[in-house]
Design a protein around this ligand. Sequence first.
Ligand code: MG
Length: 165
Amino acid sequence: MLSKTLQKALNEQIDKEFYSAHLYLSMASYAETLNLPGFAHWMKLQQREEFGHAMQIYKYVNERGGRVELGAIPQPPSDFKTPTALFEEVLNHERYITASINKLYEKAVKEKDYATQVMLHGFIEEQVEEEASASEILETLHIGGEKGPALLMLDRQLARRGQQN
Ligand code: MG
């Protein structure tokens, strides 16, 4: 059985993952208004991944005999100012999620809940990738600027997400 403390923390993480999904869909919508279909595609894939993360924890809580209790999903921002500011927000948000996962892990260590620690390993690895890909895209925006050919090239690159490897 999960402890009440861990169950609560896992439930809060489910809400954060759903918020992430909501935030990325809002970001996709913003990208659509800028006529950046590649950016929008990238954000929509991200939205699905975050939804998947929430459902992974949902499944885990139930498997451990816990109870999933959903909270409210806050309203995400809808205006992100510029493509660069958009990816700055992605990076900030992922850093916030990393910190949250780390806190969750610390709780599992403190309680000697090994199963939760193992479940979280995938999330810890995932966060390394999330921060790295956001940083990489941000770097491209800083180098190329956000106007003209550089932005169009980046949009085409982001449109290929999920089609490579
Ligand atoms: Mg996530």
